[in-house]
Design a protein around this ligand. Structure first.
Ligand code: ADP
Ligand code: MG
Length: 607
């Protein structure tokens, strides 16, 4: 009887393997350009005919090869980059699998012209196992590879290729990924004889980004630099104001390799926390340097994915470094406006005349007493005036001491001299050739949000007030369960209640909240609680933030409220002490700036 099992012919093995590595023309571009980089080139040019469907030519000024090396390089599993199993965990080159040239030559015609500066130049062509290896013409040190007849011998694969435009799009993606990862290399991309990209070498990633992405503005790039024992993060983050819902530029490189990694994407998004709105995403260009022993790069044939030994460590370091970077960026920027003021001479007050203030007025007095129950109010009372809400801020500072004291300014008047409140909603300040417009509600929300978070995170409670007439709300079984499991958290927030059969009776509420809106606020909180698994779950922090944001919102100065100079000064002073003085807790910016020259353009003073 005939044996059913036999060894596959070598050629067929190559074609099967090639299917994994070489999916489409862009895979050829990726492999060959990576080889040029590994060969130490700093000039690499890629030229496409018919989006690579006809031919792809890659030229480099790397160290080249001799006749023997060229022959070897096209065999399967031949590489100059690793020798032993241990080397796999210490890879410093982009290639190491020794498959690319063997794979490409099994599905296309490849011609090589190369010179290493010592041996005679080589002119080598391989097509359908036919090899010619001749002495090449003289040339500069480096290598040129021309790949044509792609998938010609595998009609099924050729059929799977998309239109010229689509294949070109894939190649441009690949080109950009590589060009970003090596700003110190000159890259040229030529399509049908036309130069599309000519990227000059630069020490700076920023210059490379601005060269490639014409829509990105230099001032929207925020530098990040983080390091601990096992990892480094360097690169540029997009300013929160340019976050968007659809396809922001997101580039992630691990040890110089372009990688897709949902875990890191999530950590970055969480690091942006409340600086951007729900449903939007930031752009970023981030380079992770991770100890090779902490990751496995050999999990994907095209090396697009990695596996981490300790994903939690990577996640928390990433999130931490992003949020710290954004915090210090926003703080420097916001405080910068006001620090400059101190060096300036006082200008004529063209805005509001400061009201005479008496530093003994009540808003500067800390609230005495504290405790959980400070006063008893009737349901119809509306004791939620502006001063009370600022008083609340003051009390919170005293309660928590969690807010950095480094920039407390004794007299808030020092911060601003000229300002104007417009539409009873925005505070307009002139600062060093700019107009700063602050949304009073959003700004106050930010202040209250951070103070509430500090209380909860420090295991303190928000002062509550007992209700003369308790509030009853009907609830279903599931809600009751949620309320039961989150009782401690809600107590911390200042809500005290009894749970009956299908009714919750609220006896005490946080004293910062307006009584007449308490039902609506509580319903909001319940809805948030229903979306989470509970405390300690992955989503808990986000839910907690949302609930606290709701409370911050309802305890803040509203749009449409007339504010006096004193209150405004206090607001600015409190913003000074915020960790992230940029946005309200829902991710809307609380201030915008309009440069003077913007006005001058509008008035046609300058063109
Ligand atoms: P790998 O990159 O994994 O080693 P390849 O099949 O891509 O495998 O390349 C095989 C070998 O050919 C490389 O290890 C390198 O020594 C050599 N090589 C390929 N391209 C070039 C080039 N442009 N310049 C110099 N050497 C090259
Ligand atoms: Mg390679």
């Amino acid at each position: 009887m005939e044996n059913k099992i036999h060894t596959l012919p070598k050629d067929l093995i190559n074609k099967i393997a090639a299917g994994e590595v070489i999916e489409r023309p862009s895979s050829i571009v990726k492999e060959l350009v990576e080889n040029s980089i590994d060969a130490g080139a700093n000039n690499i040019s890629i030229s496409l005919e018919k989006s690579g469907l006809e031919s792809i030519t890659i030229s480099d000024n790397g160290f080249g090869m001799n006749k023997f090396e060229v022959e070897e390089s096209f065999k399967q599993h031949t590489t100059s980059k690793i020798k032993s199993y241990e080397d796999l965990f210490n890879i410093t080159t982009l290639g190491f699998r020794g498959e690319a040239l063997a794979s490409i030559s099994s599905i296309a015609k490849v011609s090589v012209h190369t010179f290493n500066g010592i041996d005679t130049p080589v002119n080598y062509t391989i097509f359908d196992k036919e090899i010619s290896n001749r002495i090449g013409q003289g040339r500069n040190i480096g290598t040129t590879m021309v790949v044509s007849n792609i998938f010609q011998n595998i009609p099924v694969r050729r059929k799977f290729l998309k239109s010229e435009d689509t294949e070109y799009k894939y190649i441009v993606e690949t080109f950009i990924n590589i060009a970003l990862s090596k700003p110190n290399i000159n890259f040229t991309l030529i399509k049908n004889g036309r130069v599309i990209y000519k990227l000059r070498e630069s020490e700076k990633l920023k210059i490379r980004i601005l060269d490639i992405f014409k829509s990105i503005k230099s001032e929207d790039l925020i530098q990040i630099s983080f390091e601990n024992g096992t990892m480094q993060i360097n690169g540029l983050l997009g300013h929160p104001k340019v976050a968007k819902a659809i396809h922001p530029y997101q580039y992630l490189f691990i040890n110089s390799r372009f990688i897709k990694n949902p875990l890191i994407n999530k950590a970055i998004r969480e690091g942006y926390t409340t600086s951007i709105m729900n449903g939007t995403d930031p752009f970023y260009f981030l380079f992770f340097n991770i100890k090779p022993s902490e990751l496995d790069v050999n999990v994907h044939p095209r090396k697009l994915e990695v596996r981490f030994n300790n994903p939690n460590m990577i996640f928390s370091n990433t999130k931490y470094s992003i949020s710290k970077t954004l915090e210090s960026f926003s703080k420097d920027k916001f405080q910068g406006y006001f620090k400059q003021e101190q060096h300036k001479t006082k200008q004529d007050d063209m805005f509001i005349e400061p009201t005479k203030n008496n530093s003994n007025t009540s808003i500067w007095q800390p609230i005495r007493g504290g405790g959980n129950i400070s006063n008893t109010l009737r349901r119809t009372d509306n004791n939620h005036d502006i001063k009370a809400s600022l008083n609340f801020s003051k009390t919170l500072i005293e309660n928590t001491k969690a807010i950095s004291q480094d920039l407390l300014i004794t007299k808030p008047d020092e911060l601003i001299q000229n300002f104007l409140q417009i539409f009873n909603t925005y505070i307009v300040i002139e600062k060093d050739g700019k107009i700063l417009m602050i949304d009073q509600h959003a700004a106050h929300e930010r202040i209250n949000f951070e103070k509430l978070i500090a209380i909860v995170n420090n295991d303190k409670s928000i002062t509550s007030q007992s209700l003369l007439l308790p509030i009853n709300i009907s609830i279903d079984k599931l809600t009751k369960e949620k309320l039961f499991t989150n009782k401690d958290f809600l107590n911390k927030l200042g809500f005290y209640f009894n749970l009956n059969e299908d009714i919750i009776t609220i006896n005490e509420i946080p004293n910062i909240l307006p009584i007449d809106r308490i039902e609506e606020i509580f319903q909001n909180i319940l809805e948030e609680l229903e979306t989470t698994e509970g405390q300690g779950s992955n989503s808990w922090e986000l839910v907690q933030n949302k609930i606290i944001a709701t409370m911050a919102c309802h305890s803040s100065i509203r749009a449409g409220q007339k504010l006096d100079r004193y209150v405004i000064s206090q607001l600015i002073k409190d913003l000074f002490n915020c960790k992230l003085p940029y946005s309200c807790p829902h991710g809307r910016p609380f201030y915008i700036e309009i440069p003077q020259n913007e006005l001058e353009k509008q008035f046609k003073r300058i063109v």
